[in-house]
Design a protein around this ligand. Structure first.
Ligand code: ADP
Ligand code: NA
Length: 329
């Protein structure tokens, strides 16, 4: 069985983008893979987090993952900071990755914004930590949204250089699993920006805990162009907002863009947006309800994380110890 690793930052309430680009695929993979799911709080502090908020958000994220269908009995679910191996291997990778490689990472440029001099150095080396997250388990499959493609290429470059420098085939190649018609969900306010839980505008995203009225309002207000929906997929190419909404519908309905346009092509956005809002409410409200139920028992959530951390360490510690030995420690 292939070993899968993936993580999500506890930097806010997860969005529809996280769900369609990542979480929903995580649940599907559990049937025929050995899965390691991580709430990556070390990544979250690359930008400022209030300590109490971070603790709360880590528990909320754990509850959301369980509510989406992550199975902590057959698989592993844990908090990144509880397993020291991540930071230990990340340091070695800081010394393997080249500055030139990091300089090419577009997410750093997006997240650091204009005030680059004031970004944390952690934000800059974030991809090295992400590489360590995966390689500490010798995982070979990584389900992520399309925004993470570049970071996974870097993780492969790091593994190759480590193997080459130390003359061993120690870290395996990893294959990104970028799945579905909504592998990159865009902001509802700007079709050229990805939907993100750290976007300052709440109107730009659907949060997994939004109630039905909020979802309907956000979809109604979502930016569109004045044309009706096209009959053909090729005509979506230069209409990012229309393309995004059709992709979201397709992903939720387990179909593709063409099938959605077969039903809605030629019509204005009004009917389509109502149908999209209904579909979103149908799929997301059970997750929100289950999340609230799970958050009522904090001790049970902490127990899930403690057991997950113990099982994660049993895999990662020997691998990272061996990497240390190869390096000369
Ligand atoms: P965010 O950018 O919302 O803070 P994370 O960095 O925690 O999200 O990413 C968690 C997972 O969600 C990753 O696999 C990432 O690729 C995926 N993801 C994040 N935003 C989107 C999006 N807009 N569309 C598709 N997948 C996304
Ligand atoms: Na991200």
């Amino acid at each position: 069985m292939q070993r899968v690793f993936s993580g999500i930052q506890p930097s806010g309430i997860p969005t529809l983008g996280n769900y369609l680009g990542a979480l929903r695929n995580w649940v599907k993979l559990q049937d025929d893979h050995e899965c390691i799911w991580c709430v990556v709080d070390l990544h979250a502090i690359t930008v400022w987090q209030e300590p109490e908020a971070l603790r709360r958000q880590s528990l909320e994220m754990t509850a959301v993952l369980l509510a989406c269908g992550v199975d902590p009995k057959r698989h592993i679910l844990f908090l990144q900071s509880a397993v020291r191996a991540h930071a230990q291997l990340a340091w070695m990778f800081n010394c393997v990755a080249r500055l030139g490689w990091l300089n090419r990472m577009t997410q750093f440029k997006d997240k650091a914004g204009k005030d680059r001099e004031n970004a944390s150095s952690g934000l800059y080396v974030y991809p090295n930590l992400m590489a360590a997250d995966i390689h500490a388990y010798h995982a070979t499959r990584v389900p992520v949204g399309d925004d993470q493609r570049q970071h996974l290429e870097l993780a492969n470059d790091i593994a190759q250089k480590f193997n080459h420098d130390y003359g061993v085939e120690f870290f395996p190649a990893i294959e990104p699993l970028i799945m579905g018609p909504a592998a990159r969900v865009m902001s509802l306010r700007d079709g050229t920006k990805k939907m993100s839980k750290s976007d300052p505008s709440d109107q730009s995203r659907i949060n997994l805990n939004d109630d039905s009225d909020t979802i309907a309002l956000k979809v109604r207000r979502a930016k569109t162009d004045p044309l009706p929906l096209p009959a053909d997929v090729s005509e979506l190419a230069d209409r990012p907002e229309a393309r995004n909404l059709v992709g979201i519908f397709a992903a939720l309905a387990e179909t593709d863009h063409a099938a959605v346009l077969k039903d809605y092509g030629g019509q204005g956005f009004g009917t389509f947006k109502t149908a999209l809002a209904d579909l979103l409410v149908e799929r997301l409200s059970p997750i929100a309800a289950e999340t609230r139920r799970l958050l009522d028992d904090e001790a049970a959530l902490l127990q899930v994380l403690a057991s997950g951390a113990e099982r994660a360490e049993a895999i990662a510690n020997p691998i990272v110890r061996e990497a240390e030995r190869l390096v000369g420690f």
